[in-house]
Design a protein around this ligand. Sequence first.
Ligand SMILES: [Zn+2]
Length: 106
Amino acid sequence: MQHDTEKTHKRPKWVKSGEEELCPECFKAVGDKNRYKLICLLGKAKGGLNVSALTKQLKLTQPTVTHHLNILREVNAVDHETRGREHIYRLNRSAHCFEDCQIPYN
Ligand SMILES: [Zn+2]
């Protein structure tokens, strides 16, 4: 998949390192602080996390977490898997955001 790699957005201050300028796609992923926290949580959880675990850790409502997860899915930053009734989310470590724009997660 071809990406528009023109870097036009300043890296947000809550993202501590990485490229100074981000492409629009990466900015969409981390331009919101809660979405960046979501990326960090998923980055630590090797086996993935479900929505209720993410909701608890972020202290946000479930619809808010789902909304942010959908945006992360749009830019391919997370993978999604259904296990029975559970929806498990995992960080897509080979996503453009993490490889090209060097967005860290810790
Ligand atoms: Zn990018």
